[in-house]
Every structure is written in structure tokens, then in C-alpha cells.
Design a protein around this ligand. Structure first.
Ligand SMILES: C[S@@+](CC[C@H](N)C(=O)[O-])C[C@H]1O[C@@H](n2cnc3c(N)ncnc32)[C@H](O)[C@@H]1O
Length: 238
């Protein structure tokens, strides 16, 4: 299909190859290249910068849950961030695809203390309080109504706040990622799913509408862009 036909005004109703049935080796190779994507396009930076405000001297470990944790690289970066600042953390990654937890364990090695849970975001029942929920490249996998539920769920289960790190829908990020992915010869799932993810993702107005539908327009959540191609939503409970 010619990209001239693409409508960037609306979220595209498309599916991604990584959500289709495939072998473990196929998904692991895709997730390995997604780590490379995340490093190349500075995915970790907005989340780590947002977390900096929680770098206080709390005695209780800060429990951070990453929803749709994939290969687990965001939590491994946070583990290093916390170690460098001597912050006690408990880190949990949840992902509905059982291959994600398996790959996260394989990539993290035996010393990794991060807990990997296989379940749907909504089915997660933590044994203790959650301080912070984060996600990265996760919310664009959800339908609009599910995003409203996800916002309400994060607001309900967290004591300190939540942070959504996802993509900004638009022609420039779409073409830029297509070119980058082909140049880097990333996995075929990444080359297909990356541009599709941009088309499934968001505008600032979308997030304002979801917050309003969730009854959360008065909580002071921030919606802001970060280069390259990011749209983040943050909520801090004071
Ligand atoms: C594009 S990947 C992002 C992985 C990782 N966060 C990253 O930034 O590389 C999206 C992940 O969300 C997971 N996922 C999608 N829907 C989910 C749901 N309802 N509950 C839990 N995980 C889900 C998928 O299995 C996939 O691993």
C-alpha cells in the first residue's frame, strides 16, 4: 500500500507480527533487536529522567512494575540506575507472552534479581503494594477502551505514580523509523512492527481524551513529547 494513503489523524487498526504465534527463537531474536532499537533511539532516557525524582533515602525498597516488559532491558537499566544511586528497589516485569519472561531470563543471566511474571496486565495481583508502574512501547498494543482501563488501574494500584513511555503518531517518525530499521537490518518483525507501531500510537489530544474518559483529567498528569518520536504521560502522587 502506498504510504500516501496512510491517515495519521487516527490510530491505525493494525496488528503486529510479534503478537502472532511464532517460535521461541523467532521472538527472542526479535526482542534482541528491540533492545538494539531501544538503545539507538534513546528509549530509556525519558523513563530514567522521570524516575530521578524518586531517588530519595527511603528505607523501604521502591517497588517498580514494568507492564509489557518484553526483553526486560528497561528494568535492567533501572536496576543499574538504582545500584548507582544506592536506592533499594524491587523490580517486577509482567508480560502476557511466556516467551518474553524466558528471553528476559536468558538475556539477564543468573545474577539478575528481577522478577518476571507471565500474565495479562489486568490479571496481575501483586503480593505487596506497587509504588510505581511504568511501561514502554506497550500502550499502543491496546484498544482505546483498554487504555482507559489501564490508566484507571495504574492510578488505583500505585502509591507514588506512573509513567507511560510510548510513540507519537506522525509522518516524520513513520518514515524516519522505516529508514533506520532497513538501514540497521533489524529483525523482520521489527522492520514491520516499528512503522505499524507509529501508526497505532498517539497524539497529545488522544491522551487528554483517555485521561478524561478515565475520570483523571484533574489529577495533574503531564503529556509531553520527547525526541525522537516519543510521547510520554506521567503522574506523580505527592
Ligand atoms: C513492543 S513490545 C515492548 C517491549 C518492551 N517494553 C520494550 O520497550 O522493548 C510490547 C510488549 O507488550 C506485551 N503485551 C501486549 N499486550 C499485553 C497485555 N495485555 N498484558 C501484558 N503484556 C502485553 C507484548 O507481549 C510485548 O512483549
Amino acid at each position: 500500500m502506498s504510504s500516501k494513503a496512510f491517515d495519521f489523524e487516527q490510530r491505525a487498526q493494525l496488528t503486529e507480527l510479534m503478537d502472532e504465534p511464532c517460535s521461541y527463537a523467532e521472538l527472542r531474536d526479535c526482542l534482541r533487536d528491540l533492545i538494539s532499537v531501544n538503545r539507538t533511539v534513546f528509549t530509556y532516557r525519558p523513563t530514567l529522567e522521570w524516575l530521578e525524582q524518586f531517588a530519595g533515602p527511603d528505607r523501604e525498597p521502591l517497588h517498580i512494575v514494568d507492564v509489557g516488559s518484553g526483553a526486560g532491558d528497561m528494568l535492567r537499566r533501572i536496576e543499574k540506575w538504582a545500584r548507582d544511586r544506592r536506592i533499594a528497589v524491587r523490580l517486577t516485569g509482567i508480560d502476557r507472552n511466556p516467551y518474553a519472561a524466558r528471553a528476559a531470563r536468558e538475556f539477564g543471566g543468573n545474577d539478575c534479581a528481577i522478577e518476571w511474571v507471565t500474565c495479562d496486565a489486568y490479571a496481575y495481583r501483586p503480593s505487596a503494594k506497587i509504588d510505581i508502574v511504568i511501561s514502554s512501547l506497550f500502550t499502543h498494543h491496546l484498544a482505546d477502551a483498554e487504555i482507559v482501563n489501564f490508566l484507571q488501574w495504574m492510578e488505583l494500584v500505585t502509591t507514588r505514580g506512573w509513567f507511560v513511555n510510548d510513540l507519537r503518531r506522525g509522518r516524520v517518525p513513520y518514515y524516519a523509523f522505516t529508514l533506520l530499521a532497513n538501514t540497521m537490518r533489524w529483525h523482520k518483525f521489527v522492520r514491520h512492527d516499528g512503522p505499524v507501531s507509529v501508526r497505532r500510537s498517539f497524539s497529545t489530544e488522544d491522551w487528554r481524551r483517555y485521561l478524561s474518559a478515565a475520570g483523571l483529567d484533574a489529577i495533574g498528569a503531564d503529556v509531553y513529547t520527547r525526541r525522537p518520536g516519543r510521547l510520554c504521560v506521567s503522574r506523580v502522587k505527592r
